[in-house]
Design a protein around this ligand. Structure first.
Ligand code: NAI
Length: 340
């Protein structure tokens, strides 16, 4: 099969990273088209990434006869409609998380995805393609930890990202802390346990950035969850880690426990100086998950070429968003919420 010709929508904080990967780091893929509202971003795509077609209208991009696939990295509320449109145009679709922000809209989208089984659909839960998470997953699947009892997840953005986040949240609704951030942790809980989440109790607090109240956003949130087999999960999500980008996962089982990135180390360097013994930390998601973003895109392209289905599909999007919405409701009502 020839190169898979990809069009990307969204060239913002994450879109640029995906665009660069498709253009330069994923063999067998070619970045042909790009769509954004921002003219400078389109110029960048032409100049730096060799994109030949640029659009300010997504509808026009998916009409191009030169595309095999799209990569959707637009704000979350647009995902369902853009997925549906691309599927109906006969294109393979990679969409960033979350799959959508509204359950009915997601269910409608799933129906469309299911109507085109020959076309690949993959969702951007890139942590599943991170080497350390894959190692941990193999241990769990081989029974090295015994039966899982507790899963603890931290997903906290760096304080340095707050300015960028406020702009992002002002221009389009993120879906709230749980749909925007914890969705990755919710997916990990489902992936590791292979169980669904039954009920949640969540809460939040805006301490360092009370201005987030005006945006209806949370700076820090926590959730307690019960899975269908009584396994417990504890999530902490936030946007205010002073030391960097803190993504940490702990799995506790009957025979042992493991932690992925108990300190979010940037690399293997340890510095000994007037500050003491210092381990530099990873500062943002493109840095921490650089390889995972490349790996997930390689998988998308391989699935198209080999006519395979990726592991992360629409059902993972639907289930994780249901849980995230339940968390948001729990914060608002201060009640335990059943996930239906
Ligand atoms: P951003 O706000 O930085 O960029 C949005 C981009 O979409 C811009 O290029 C803008 O011109 C374009 N755009 C907006 N509306 C559009 C429309 N209707 N048609 C065409 N283009 C449109 O957003 P960011 O942070 O890059 O996030 C994008 C998506 O990626 C979100 O859904 C977010 O949840 C997801 N994301 C996922 C991450 C992960 O860890 N997997 C990390 C960061 C973001």
């Amino acid at each position: 099969m020839n190169e898979i010709r990809v069009g990307i929508v969204g060239l913002g904080r994450l879109g640029k990273a995906h665009a660069t990967n498709i253009a330069q780091n994923v063999p067998g893929a070619k970045l042909v088209a790009a769509c954004s509202f921002v003219e400078d971003e389109l110029e960048y795509a032409k100049r730096e990434l060799g994109v030949t077609e640029t659009y300010t209208s997504y509808e026009e991009m998916v009409d191009s006869p030169n595309l095999d696939a799209v990569c959707i990295v637009s704000p979350s509320g647009y995902h369902p409609e853009q997925i549906r449109l691309a599927m109906k145009k006969g294109l393979h679709v990679f969409s960033e998380k979350p799959i959508g922000l509204d359950i009915e809209d997601i269910e409608k989208t799933m129906e469309v995805i299911q109507a085109y089984p020959e076309q690949v659909f993959q969702l951007g839960f890139m942590r599943r393609y991170d080497e350390s998470y894959q190692y941990a997953k193999r241990m769990v699947d081989e029974g090295a930890l015994g039966e899982l009892t507790v899963i603890r997840c931290y997903g906290i953005d760096p304080s340095s990202g707050m300015e960028g986040f406020v702009k992002f949240a002002q221009s389009s609704y993120s879906g709230g802390l749980f749909s925007d951030m914890s969705i990755h942790d919710i997916d990990l809980v489902r992936w590791f346990s292979q169980k669904e989440i039954s009920r949640v109790w969540a809460m939040g607090k805006n301490a360092a950035y009370p201005e987030l109240d005006d945006l209806n956003e949370l700076e820090t949130g926590a959730a307690m969850m019960q899975l269908e087999d009584k396994t417990m999960a504890i999530l902490v999500a936030g946007r205010n880690a002073a030391h960097g980008y803190h993504v940490e996962t702990e799995l506790i089982g009957t025979k042992g426990m493991l932690r992925v990135a108990s300190a979010p180390e940037k690399n293997l360097v340890t510095i000994f100086d007037e500050n003491g013994v210092v381990r530099p930390t990873s500062q943002n998601f493109p840095e921490r998950f650089r390889d995972a973003f490349v790996n997930e895109m390689k998988e998308f392209i391989s699935c198209i070429k080999e006519k395979r289905r990726p592991e992360v599909g629409a059902i993972d999007g639907l289930q994780s968003t249901k849980v995230a919405i339940a968390c948001q409701q729990s914060v608002e009502t201060n009640q335990i919420v059943e996930v239906k």
